[in-house]
Design a protein around this ligand. Sequence first.
Ligand code: NDP
Length: 276
Amino acid sequence: MSQPSQFAVFGHPIAHSLSPRIHQAFARQFGIALEYRTTDAAPEAFAAAVRGFFAAGGAGANVTLPHKGAASALADERSEAAMRAGSANTLTRLPDGRLAAHNTDGTGLVRDITERHRVDLRGHDALMLGAGGAARAVAWSLLDAGVQTLTIVNRTPETADALADAIGEPARVHTRYWNDLADLGSYDLIVNATSAGVLGGGLKLPMSLVGARALCYDLAYGAAAIDFVAWAKAAGARYAWDGLGMLVEQAAEAFELWHGRRPDTEPVYQALRATV
Ligand code: NDP
């Protein structure tokens, strides 16, 4: 009998990861036997750990903080999304054994909003807080999904400017300073792509940002998103969601890259939602 194929998620720390649970649940939908383990690798050990995993027959890997940039750099080929983001969350093995880097975070977010929640993003004026790794992936996907304008605000303004420059659409993409948030008016979509919460985490966000049809979305999920979601609801947001759906959708994209089949994400999302 053949051995189940081997998958892993690399991060540091990694014990908290829901990815093994998600991928096992997807695999059960198709009767696929696989092993999916978490691998804690410090930054200096990451590249060797990944190469060792694939040399030993690994079929595919996910990558999370702090290794997404390194994952893209070590691959032999990069998808357009990985190139644009400058980072990768998924590695696939090409038929000749070389590695390809993909980034499914942005598509995951957009699928959660437009397919699970059935909100059409076309014409939305969007505000994105943060310009780190996840924000870079998400920005292009929001533009691809048809947001009208994207305003990027980051604690370190140079990083927001660098992202806007990389996108290169000055008519649609703007940067503003954090201290000016109270003067920016309101938005239809507010994405918290920072790793800081609102109340406990110290993000100071004026409620005037929240427009009449606003969708507020925290890429963090569960307890880490509670403060942002509470702030959004108090400000009158029409929708206020955490990033659990994005997590499941980005995993589904990775699953499809590895197995060529698209899992049904809804039962997996609902099962996780009951525990997160
Ligand atoms: P990075 O470390 O790359 O970026 C962190 C961002 O948060 C930067 O823009 C940083 O600003 C900002 N930030 C950190 N602390 C503060 C603070 N106290 N005040 C204001 N801004 C702050 O992280 P990622 O981009 O990878 O992740 C961001 C979030 O997205 C995390 O919560 C992560 O868990 C979540 N995520 C969720 C996913 C999902 O599937 N749901 C997928 C990927 C990420 P500065 O540049 O100034 O340091």
